[in-house]
Ligand binder design. Structure first.
Ligand code: NAP
Ligand code: F7E
Length: 327
């Protein structure tokens, strides 16, 4: 029997890769997207993957419970993946209330719509390693306490616990993936990996001279979105819902990630990198490193793409973009 999935945030990085994965498994895929005056730009990632005509887009917003309920009733998905969020940490200090409403309360809206309309459906919540913030253990697992460091991370902690609460209160098949940073050529340009690979490509093409960054001593556990959406799907195939850390187990500084990108095109990082104090955050997450042992043991999941392979793929994609872009 053909299964049906609903993905909120289908126009984002993970939404696009997850839609591609589910289509390859024979799912009927519906995606919730915010109405926009630039609908063509909105589906850019789905177009990049060549799947824009294979998914059905439904207008909707995480802040609109009545619309979400109607969507659940109309689509009747077997699986709901809640990926929509105001996901940029830095913006969350600029828009803390919007971030709380979408990234936090928005999760309750989706859970309520699901509980009232299709309580038998399975639910995935996109939790985040940002919840660990000021880390309480050197390697973070499912049992490590949270200490969020931004309005975004605070909202994600709420979303995480309301998911656990709906599982415990109503018996929903609701799982939460605590995903560490994951990137790809489809990553938004405001995030540090893509900012770096885009700048390296422009510098290589003679379109720019410098790259301005903030705290390059910050360390992250970076994986590839293509690998990480597979973990989301695996969580919803388990008999029992649960929470899982999804990570590589390796941590790298922004500085070293950046060096990988410059070296790939034969440029010296120090000739182009400028530190800009305006890009430092009010409160920083200095270091993250995840322990994916539970995901490996229970889901049979492992990261397959290294940081080096991923950064090279991203630089190559940005070089190609700048070769075809109008100057
Ligand atoms: P992303 O590229 O920023 O995508 C976010 C998606 O949410 C976009 O489709 C966006 O739509 C949508 N959205 C934003 N506000 C909305 C609203 N009010 N109503 C409906 N849709 C809304 O994020 P991502 O990297 O794919 O991440 C997917 C999810 O995983 C997010 O929840 C993120 O917080 C979480 N996460 C990400 C990472 C990571 O490293 N990537 C790690 C842990 C957790 P528009 O296209 O219209 O903006
Ligand atoms: O920053 C430092 C910055 O914005 C990474 C989101 O997907 O992953 C992401 O959140 C690090 C930080 O990602 C610049 O200070 C230095 O320490 O790429 P980022 P993030 O904040 O870790 C988590 C898991 C999520 O859940 C989020 O949704 O890089 N950094 N200089 C910089 N960061 C940016 N963006 N720009 C800079 O110029």
């Amino acid at each position: 029997m053909t299964r049906t999935a609903l993905i909120t945030g289908i126009t984002g990085q993970d939404g696009a890769y997850l839609a591609q994965l589910l289509l390859s498994k024979g799912y009927r895929v519906h995606g919730l997207a915010r109405r926009s005056s630039t609908a063509d730009v909105n589906t850019m990632r789905l177009k990049w993957l060549g799947i824009e005509n294979d998914v059905r887009i439904v207008d909707g917003n995480l802040t609109d419970l009545s619309g979400l309920s109607r969507t659940m009733r109309d689509v009747r998905p077997d699986e709901v993946y809640n990926l929509a969020a105001q996901s940029f940490v830095r913006s969350s200090w600029q828009q803390p209330i919007l971030t709380g409403n979408v990234t936090g309360i928005g999760v309750t809206n989706v859970l309520e719509a699901l509980r009232l309309e299709i309580p038998e459906a399975r639910f995935y919540q996109a939790s985040s390693s940002e919840m660990y913030g000021l880390i309480q253990e050197p390697v973070q697992s499912e049992t490590t306490p949270f200490h969020p460091r931004s309005p975004y991370a605070v909202a994600k902690v709420y979303g995480h616990w309301i998911t656990v609460n709906y599982r415990e209160s109503f018996g929903l098949h609701a799982s939460s993936g605590i995903l560490f940073n994951h990137e790809s050529p489809l990553r938004g340009i405001e995030f540090v990996t893509r900012k770096v690979t885009d700048a390296v490509a422009r510098i290589k093409k003679g379109l720019a001279r410098e790259l301005r960054l903030g705290n390059i001593d910050a360390k992250r556990d970076w994986g590839h979105s293509r690998d990480y959406v597979r973990a989301m799907w695996l969580m919803l195939q388990q008999d029992q819902p649960d929470d899982y850390v999804v990570a590589t187990g390796r941590t790298t500084t922004v500085r070293d990630m950046c060096r990988i990108a410059f070296e790939h095109v034969g440029l010296e990082m120090d000739d182009h990198l400028v530190i800009d104090p305006d890009l430092f955050r009010p409160a920083e997450v200095e270091i993250l490193r995840g322990n994916p042992a539970k995901a490996k043991a229970k889901l049979g999941w492992e990261a397959t793409i290294s940081l080096e392979e991923m950064i090279r793929e991203m630089v190559d994609a940005d070089l190609a973009r700048h070769s075809t872009a109008r100057r």
